[in-house]
Ligand binder design. Structure first.
Ligand code: ZN
Ligand code: ZN
Length: 413
């Protein structure tokens, strides 16, 4: 009986142990069907977030950094991923003990993604690459509604084939010309018996102090290659025109330095039919800060007599109704303010239940266009009408102004 309880207890302990090691997919925040690309992207994000350089003295962050690295290390290899899927942590452990790859260094993995020696941040003493600035055109519709999209740029990557060594077989030797110093001392004779010593960069190894016999065929020994990279982009509702989004350490990579930042400027695209699938008027709004501007054309009759409506379709397809009742006059150039129909005001907390989205104004400028052609009969009827009222309602300017006798009678209407 006692033995039996021990066995149960022992079993429970085992279960406990198994539960302690957290699921690799969970650590990376992806599901079991995650593609290689999704794994990479998750690793990129989390390894930067928990990197000890960014969280000095934070033990939990450090632990997370190691876990993220371990999870990626196992799942990025199709063989160990299969073993993990079938047999879990223990399976992977046994596989590794059996000689299938030794322990891994989380900083080593990090440097394969971000260059340098696995450390980064402005405080670290590692050399940093240049920041890269990219402009991405965003339609007004996407600024208004918010959008997730992606863009491509030609980024310098650490060559994946040789993992940045430049060597096809992984063999890197010390340069025999310079003995690994990267420089040579050149003696130059200035005059008989007079020499000048100069330090020159070793041209055999390009100053790196290392040489490669068999160059990696993918990067041709350059250790890096330039290829199009897709970056996902989130435009928040009401983001300012020309605002910047910074992707830390996502600029060009090199084994020689830590990647700088990729800085994306959101410029506003010219309105284009392809950005207007719902055929809304809003794409032709003009934006100034949080406000929008629109010009509406009225006919002479509408401007003068009233009794008209317009349905203006906004950037999210909702309708803004314009109009005047009979007898309401609109002057040409008159501006109407419609409160709350401008751009959503950007909020640093983004979409949240704790605040309502506020909007700027929509300003409508009315332009009145007079008909330049008129039906003959219509013209005559108008003429007669004017003549009839001219006599009765005309203003005798001469009487009030003291102008010369010949001053004409001016129409009041
Ligand atoms: Zn290569
Ligand atoms: Zn050399």
């Amino acid at each position: 009986m006692l033995l039996h309880s021990f066995a149960v207890l022992f079993f429970l302990c085992l279960v406990q142990l198994a539960l302690c090691a957290e699921d690799y997919y969970k650590i990376l925040g992806v599901d079991k069907q995650a593609t290689e690309k999704q794994l990479k992207s998750a690793y990129r994000q989390l390894s930067k977030k928990f990197h000890p350089d960014k969280n000095p003295g934070d033990e939990t962050a450090h632990e997370k950094f190691v876990q993220v690295s371990e999870a990626y290390d196992v799942l990025s290899d199709s063989e160990t991923r299969q073993i993990y899927d079938r047999y879990g942590h223990d399976g992977v452990k046994q596989h590794k003990n059996g000689g299938g790859g030794g322990g891994h260094d989380p900083f080593d993995l990090f440097s394969r993604f971000f260059g340098g020696h696995g450390h980064f941040g402005r405080s670290s003493r590692e050399p940093r690459g240049h920041n890269v600035e990219v402009k991405v055109g965003i339609s007004l519709r996407d600024f208004y509604n918010g959008a997730t999209s992606e863009f491509q740029w030609n980024r310098q990557h650490i060559c994946e084939a040789c993992e940045g060594s430049g060597s096809a077989d992984g063999q890197v030797e010390t340069c025999s010309t310079c003995g690994g110093h990267g420089v040579r001392i050149v003696k130059q004779q200035l005059a008989p018996g007079m020499f000048q010593q100069m330090q020159m960069r070793c041209d055999a190894c390009g100053g790196r102090g290392k040489s490669i016999k068999h160059k990696c065929p993918v990067c041709n020994g350059q250790r890096v290659e330039r290829k199009p990279t897709t970056v996902s982009l989130k435009v928040e509702r009401g983001a300012a025109r020309d605002s910047k989004i910074v992707y830390e350490n996502e600029a060009d990579e090199s084994p020689d330095w830590v990647a700088g930042d990729l800085i994306v400027t959101l410029t506003e695209k010219e309105p284009a039919p392809e950005d207007n699938p719902d055929h809304v008027d809003g794409v032709y709004f003009r934006r100034k800060g949080d406000d929008l501007y629109w010009t509406e054309i009225l006919s002479l009759r509408e401007a003068w007599m009233g009794d008209w409506t317009r349905n203006l379709t906004h950037l999210d397809s909702h309708v803004v109704r314009l109009g005047r009742k009979r007898g309401q006059v609109v002057q040409s150039g008159q501006v109407e303010t419609i409160a709350g129909e401008g751009m959503p005001k950007w909020h640093e907390e983004g979409e949240s239940v704790y605040h309502k989205h506020e909007f700027g104004n929509l300003y409508i400028t009315y332009e009145v266009v007079l008909p330049d052609q008129m039906d003959k009969k219509m013209e005559k009827e108008f003429w007669d009408l004017w003549e009839k009222w001219r006599g009765k309602k005309g203003v005798d300017l001469h009487k009030d102004s003291g102008r010369p006798e010949s001053a004409p009678v001016r129409d009041e209407l």
